[in-house]
Design a protein around this ligand. Structure first.
Ligand code: BYC
Length: 474
């Protein structure tokens, strides 16, 4: 299924055959470009960036690399290949044919899910828009822009669905996706994490590790949808998403690696000495991790959710990798939640499995997050230092679900508000910590150079050397 790059909007959905849809999307295109210009990466629009562009939806060899100016990136509509005789994989309609059109009774719910997904994509670009100026190297600058253009493409993916399947309402929602803005007091983005500012690269790496990984799990759940165009759209988005998490994973590894080098050179783990040498002490990396992990956990919604139960029952949104479960109907199953008992303790509550789908997804996410800890701790272990990176408990610093606003320590033990406040600065970045991280953020945009707070990557992009001129500044 080849991608048509001759059309104004590249696509593999035979857009040219549906003139009305094509016209509507061509009308939205300049609005998107206006948004990109105003709220996309600040400056660098005239720079030539070594970007990958999708050329096929096959998982092998699906992209080419070349120098592109960001405004000339070909944002397009690409769906994974249709699966022959695909059947509904879960819920009350298990085994029936998937839908190529939306059943009327599910229209508003599906629209809401697609809008929520779509809203996060431009939000992340807005959050990251100033980072280019403080990139630690040209390699990192290129990765930032790769992530940004692809989040822009993911917005296109959702806007296509809105335009193609939701008529006038969908077109209005597509406009509003460009009208809400991250952190805007009057028109904020829908989900909490996407209104958090990202002013430094440590936060960027944490965001791409933890928040993009929520994206992975949400897309996996939506890829199970009975609404086949949504499923195919999300499948291809997942192919692109992998690089974003790679940026986070390797970014955090490189920060830790550099800190370990400094600790070895100075033979100390004294934060003052490490900061003096311009690196980031490991407990501070842990505080940033605590912040972004807990914020990203909220993105899975409440632990007991009737919304999630009805998405599942109706086949709109499943569990990630539904095939790995034995019972795809999950009607009689239960799940045991650990809840605060309101008196400083913990109590168990058994709820129907379908109501616990958000929790099941969150559990899978937490397991995936743990893989990074293992890798990073291996790096630390090798140098003989005793510090270990750990994921805080899923109860820690939550604002959504049963543990919302229940003070706990990072291990998840309920504590008093006073105790939490007394320890807060040990667990989460302080203003002073943020100011220190911010003081390190000075753009290093000379070819082959790297900021002192981060180690070089192990390899370059697409077999290019690390000191390749990944961005040719104008
Ligand atoms: N902030 O039943 P509940 C990505 C709302 S990231 C604010 O507990 P439900 C990306 C909820 O909307 C992936 N509000 O939860 C990453 C509901 O509101 P209403 C994005 C929140 O509905 C990096 C109420 O609380 N994709 O792709 O089961 C860069 C009660 O809801 C939050 C999706 O999220 C929150 N954190 O699940 C770029 C997939 N959490 O209805 C991109 C689509 C919950 O009472 N979205 N609420 O007004 C969904 O599947 C669901 O909407 C959620 C919530 C999983 C988010």
């Amino acid at each position: 299924m080849s991608l048509n790059y001759l059309d104004r909007i590249p696509n593999n959905v035979d857009l040219g055959a549906n003139r009305a849809l094509q016209r509507a999307l061509e009308h939205w295109q300049p609005e998107f470009m206006g948004w990109w210009h105003d709220l996309g990466p600040s400056d660098f629009q005239a720079a030539d960036v070594y970007l990958r562009t999708a050329t096929s939806v096959d998982s092998k060899g699906w992209a080419t690399y070349g120098f592109v100016r960001m405004p000339e990136y070909r944002w397009g509509i690409f769906l994974a290949e249709p699966e022959t005789d695909r059947r509904i994989g879960f819920g009350d309609n298990f085994g029936k044919e998937v839908w190529q059109q939306i059943p009327g009774e599910h229209r508003s719910t599906l629209r809401r899910l697609i809008v929520t997904q779509g809203d996060t994509e431009p939000a992340s670009v807005e959050q990251q828009r100033l980072l280019g100026h403080t990139a630690p190297s040209l390699y990192d600058l290129r990765n930032l822009f790769q992530v940004n253009v692809e989040e822009g493409r993911h917005l296109w993916a959702m806007v296509y669905l809105l335009h193609a399947y939701f008529g006038r309402d969908g077109r209005e929602e597509a406009e509003e996706l460009l009208e809400r803005h991250s952190g805007d007091a009057n028109k904020p983005r829908i989900l909490s994490t996407f209104n958090e500012p990202i002013r430094d690269w440590l936060s960027f790496f944490m965001f791409t590790y933890f928040t993009d990984r929520d994206g992975k799990f949400q897309l996996k759940s939506l890829a199970e949808s009975s609404f086949d165009p949504l499923s195919r759209t999300c499948k291809f988005m997942l192919t692109e998403e992998a690089h974003h998490m790679f940026v986070g994973d390797t970014g955090i590894s490189r920060v830790i690696k550099r800190t370990l080098e400094v600790m070895q050179e100075l033979n100390t783990d004294d934060p003052v000495a490490i900061r003096k040498a311009g690196a980031i002490e490991l407990p501070l990396v842990q505080k940033y991790l605590n912040f972004w992990f807990s914020s990203s956990l909220d993105l899975f919604g409440g632990d007991s959710s009737s919304n999630a139960a009805s998405y599942f029952a109706n086949g709109l949104k499943g569990r990630p990798d539904e095939a790995r479960f034995e019972d795809h109907v999950a009607a009689g199953l239960t799940f045991t939640l650990e809840l605060p008992d309101g008196q400083g303790g913990v109590t168990n509550e058994v709820i129907p499995m379908r109501n616990a789908i958000n929790e099941v997804t969150r559990d899978a996410y937490v397991k995936d997050c743990e893989l990074g800890m293992k890798r990073w701790n291996k790096l630390i272990e090798k140098t003989g230092h005793g510090f270990r990176m750990t994921l805080p408990s899923t109860r820690f610093r939550r604002t959504i679900g049963s543990w919302a606003n229940v003070p706990t320590d990072p291990a998840g033990n309920p504590i008093s508000r006073e105790e939490f406040d007394a320890h807060r600065d040990e667990w989460l970045p302080t203003e002073g910590d943020r100011a220190y991280i911010y003081s390190l953020m000075k753009g290093v945009l000379e070819r082959g150079k790297m900021a002192a707070w981060i180690a070089p990557p192990e390899r370059g992009i697409n077999n290019q050397p690390i000191d390749f001129e990944y961005v040719r500044l104008a």
